[in-house]
Design a protein around this ligand. Structure first.
Ligand code: PAF
Length: 273
């Protein structure tokens, strides 16, 4: 079983013209796992054809981040795409996506400055810029993004609504390992001990989701967890604005375990339901 792969803009334009019906895009940086599989399946459920893009976007990595060592198992990724019945993979290199020095980029606005944006300056500018380019090049009717990267999902929704991109964003629930760890391409960096330590993050989220005081419940779990260097524990409204006094909210965590930065989040309810 194989999947059609294109790498240049010309090949993509030709292949796109041959796709019939509605198209769903699953943008990825490769190193595909069950979380991506969930996105691909959500795409298949929505549209007649599914395009997966695989591109490790240099614009969203800071100078001291893991751009060089980011896993790039392309043949395994293509096998997975073939097995999932993906219609087309767009796997360009850097020169195809950024043929000349980037000058104009997409400003994520104030929402891009908080949480991940505060810890990773320029990250969302890089994400929204490449996502905009992918939307223009692939012209999908739908694009699927995992809820694990909740701030990214929220900002991509704002991008589409504020800049009038003619497509619908499909959110896909987070996929977890059986022990609760959210699936992420960066989990491969964790050794056995670090992996065990990192479970405090999903435990904290579970405690928060079950409590009328989500912040306190999560903090209690994290405070008791050795080896977790918390970056932020934040309670917001579902659109990442200030948390309401009561009602639906979102709890987000970012923490370092060893040198690996992990993020996760959950819907919560403030107050008694
Ligand atoms: O979530 C990711 O893998 C990346 O941020 C994305 C959306 C593919 C843009 O490079």
């Amino acid at each position: 079983m194989t999947v059609r792969v294109v790498a240049t803009r010309e090949e993509l334009a030709k292949a796109r013209a041959e796709l019939s019906g509605t198209v769903a895009l699953v943008p990825t940086m490769g190193a595909l796992h069950d979380g991506h599989v969930a996105n691909i399946r959500a795409a298949k459920a929505r549209a007649d054809t599914v395009v997966v893009s695989i591109f490790v976007n240099p614009l969203q990595f800071g100078p001291n981040e893991d751009f060089e060592k980011y896993p790039r198992p392309l043949s395994a990724d293509l096998e997975l795409c073939a097995a999932e019945g993906v219609d087309l993979v767009f796997a360009p290199n850097r020169e195809v996506v950024y043929p000349h020095e980037v000058s104009v980029t997409v400003d994520p606005g104030p929402l891009g400055e908080i949480l991940e944006g505060a810890s990773r300056p320029g990250f969302f500018r890089g994400v929204l810029t490449v996502v905009s380019k992918l939307f223009h090049l692939v012209r999908p009717d739908f694009a699927c993004f995992g809820e694990k990267d909740y701030q990214q999902l929220t900002l991509v929704r704002r991008l589409v609504s504020d800049l009038d991109f003619p497509l619908e964003i499909v959110p896909v629930p987070t996929v977890r390992e059986s022990d609760g760890l959210a699936r992420s391409s960066r989990n491969v960096y964790l050794d056995t001990e670090q992996r065990a330590v990192s479970l405090a993050i999903s435990r904290a989220l579970k405690a928060a989701a079950d409590s009328p005081d989500p912040l306190a419940a999560a903090r209690e779990v994290l405070d008791a967890a050795p080896g977790i260097a918390l970056d932020y524990l934040a309670l917001t409204d579902p659109a990442l604005g200030p948390a309401p006094e009561t009602g639906a909210a979102r709890l987000l965590i970012a923490a370092k375990v060893g040198t690996t930065r992990l993020i996760d989040n959950t819907p919560v309810h403030i107050g008694v339901k």
